[in-house]
Design a protein around this ligand. Structure first.
Ligand code: GLN
Length: 456
C-alpha cells in the first residue's frame, strides 16, 4: 500500500484510479469487518477528489450516516462536518468509508459494535483491539492508506499495537473535538492511525490546530508543523517505569528489554523511574470516564437524537428507547456513571477519582523533570482471542498502560517493535510532555528505525 506521503503527490487521475482499486479491495475483504458499511455511490462520488482517509464511525461527515457503532443512532445523518474533516479536505484529503468501533468507543476489542465484530488481519481468530479496531484493521490490511481514530483511554494506540501499525494520541486540546461524538469529554482526542511514523506526523499536522468551535481546544500554544522538522538523530533521555513492566506478558517484557537496548545503542539515555500502581489508574479512569459518559449519552433519548421506541408515555419512551437502543456495556457504564455522580457517593467516588487523576499528573511531571520521553508497553499482552474477556473488569485491566496518558492529557504514540511467538505484533508507546509533539515524533522516528519492525 502506498504511504500517505506518496499519496499526497499523486495526480487527480492517479488518485481516481487508486480509489477505484481500493473500493474493489474493500469489497473483496468484507469479512474483515473493518468498514461498517461498504462505500455507497454517494460516498464514492462525494469523495471524488483528494487522498482517501478512513474515518471512525463517531466523526461527523456532512450527509453521511454516523452511528458510533450503536443501534440507537442507525439512520442518523450528519448535518455538518467535524472540524477534522474540514481540515482533511483543506489539505487535499477526503473521507473514505466509516470504520467499525466498539459501541460509543467503550471497549478494547471492537466486539460490541451493532454491525458485528472486526477481525484482526494478522490472525482472524483474534481481536483487532478497540475501540478504533476498524481503523487499525483497515490500515494494517492495506484497506486504507491512513485512518482517523479517537482515543479516550487507549483506543488509537492499543488497536494499532494489536494490528501492527502506528497510532498517535495528541495532547488534549491539540485537535478539535467539534463534530466528534463525545464519550468522555475531558479525555477524548482524535488522532492518526498510519503505516509509519512519518505519515502519523503528516496526518497529525493536518488535523491539529486551534478551533474556536471547541472551547477545550488549546488557543495559546505553538502549532508549528512537526512533519517538516522531523529529526531521528536527536539524542534523548527516555524514562522507563520499572513497576509498570511487571504486569506485562513474557513476550512483551522481552520486546521491551530488547527495545531499550536498541535505543541505548542509538545513543539515547535510559533512566529508571516508578509510578503509582496502575490499578489506581484503572479505578480513577473508569469513574471519570463513566461519569462523563452518563452525561454525554443522556442526549440519545429518542426525542432529539437517536431512534425512538414509542412507549405508552414520555417516561416509557425514554426507557424503551434507551434499553433497546444501547448495548449492555454502554448501559452498564451509564448506570455506573450516574451512580458515582449521585448525591452521597459524589465525594466518595467522583471527587476521589479526580484527586487520583491529579496525583497521576504529578507523577508524570516529576518524571519529565529528568526525561524527554517515557517508554512503556501499550497493552499487557498481544491481541487476545475473541471472547477472551469473560467480565468487563478483565477488559478494563487490559487498559492499564494507556489510560494514565489520557488522565494526564499527554501525547503518546504506539509503534510496532516486534512479533510475539505466534507472530502477533507487539507495540510499545512513547509518551511526551504536553504540547511537545515534536520531541515525541522525533523519538518515534528513532524508535522505528532502530527496531526495524518487519510485518508478518
Ligand atoms: N478501553 C477504554 C474504555 O473502554 C478506552 C476506550 C477509548 O479510548 N475510547 O473506556
Amino acid at each position: 500500500m502506498i504511504t500517505l506521503k506518496e499519496a499526497l503527490c499523486l495526480s487527480a487521475d492517479e488518485l481516481a484510479k487508486f480509489k477505484e482499486e481500493l473500493t474493489q479491495k474493500i469489497n473483496d475483504n468484507k469479512e474483515l469487518g473493518a468498514y461498517v458499511e461498504q462505500l455507497t455511490n454517494t460516498q464514492i462520488k462525494s469523495a471524488s477528489t483528494g487522498v482517501p482517509i478512513a474515518i471512525k464511525d463517531n466523526i461527523n461527515i456532512l450527509n453521511w450516516d454516523m452511528t458510533c457503532g450503536s443501534k440507537i443512532l442507525k439512520g442518523y445523518v450528519a448535518p455538518y462536518n467535524a472540524t477534522v474533516i474540514n481540515k482533511l479536505q483543506e489539505a487535499g484529503c477526503t473521507p473514505f468509508g466509516r470504520t467499525n468501533m466498539d459501541e460509543f468507543a467503550m471497549g478494547s476489542s471492537t466486539e460490541s459494535s451493532c454491525y458485528g465484530k472486526t477481525l484482526n488481519p494478522v490472525d482472524n481468530t483474534k481481536v483487532p483491539g478497540g475501540s478504533s479496531g476498524g481503523s487499525a484493521a483497515a490500515v494494517a490490511s492495506g484497506l486504507a492508506i491512513a485512518a482517523l481514530g479517537t482515543d479516550t483511554g487507549g483506543s488509537i494506540r492499543q488497536p494499532a499495537a494489536y494490528c501492527g501499525c502506528v497510532g498517535m494520541k495528541p495532547t488534549y486540546g491539540r485537535v478539535s473535538r467539534y463534530g466528534i461524538a463525545a464519550y468522555s469529554s475531558s479525555l477524548d482526542q482524535c488522532g492518526p492511525i498510519t503505516q509509519n511514523v512519518e505519515d502519523a506526523a503528516i496526518l497529525y499536522d493536518i488535523i491539529s490546530g486551534h478551533d474556536e468551535k471547541d472551547s477545550t481546544s488549546a488557543g495559546d500554544v505553538d502549532y508549528s508543523p512537526v512533519a517538516p522538522n522531523l529529526n531521528a538523530n536527536k539524542k534523548l533521555t527516555i524514562a522507563v517505569i520499572d513497576n509498570f513492566i511487571e504486569e506485562a506478558s513474557e513476550d512483551i517484557k522481552e520486546a521491551f528489554e530488547k527495545t531499550i537496548k536498541s535505543l541505548e545503542d542509538a545513543g539515547h539515555t535510559i533512566v529508571h523511574k516508578n509510578m503509582m500502581d496502575t490499578k489506581k489508574h484503572v479505578s480513577s479512569y473508569y469513574v471519570v470516564a463513566t461519569a462523563e459518559a452518563s452525561a454525554n449519552l443522556a442526549r440519545y433519548d429518542g426525542i432529539r437524537f437517536g431512534n425512538r421506541v414509542e412507549g405508552a408515555g414520555l417516561k416509557e419512551t425514554y426507557i424503551d428507547t434507551k434499553s433497546q437502543g444501547f448495548g449492555d456495556e454502554v448501559q452498564k457504564r451509564i448506570m455506573l456513571g450516574t451512580f458515582v455522580l449521585s448525591s452521597g457517593y459524589y465525594d466518595a467516588y467522583y471527587i476521589k477519582a479526580q484527586k487520583v487523576r491529579h496525583l497521576i499528573k504529578d507523577d508524570f511531571e516529576s518524571i519529565f523533570k529528568d526525561a524527554n520521553l517515557i517508554l512503556s508497553p501499550v497493552a499487557p499482552t498481544t491481541a487476545p482471542k475473541f471472547g477472551s474477556f469473560k467480565t468487563s473488569l478483565e477488559m478494563y485491566l487490559s487498559d492499564i498502560y494507556t489510560i494514565s496518558v489520557n488522565l494526564a492529557g499527554l501525547p503518546a504514540i504506539s509503534v510496532p517493535v516486534a512479533n510475539d511467538k505466534d507472530g502477533m505484533p507487539i507495540g510499545l508507546q512513547l509518551i511526551g510532555k504536553a504540547y511537545d509533539e515534536q520531541t515525541l515524533f522525533d523519538g518515534a522516528m528513532s524508535l522505528e528505525s532502530c527496531v526495524n519492525y518487519k510485518k508478518n
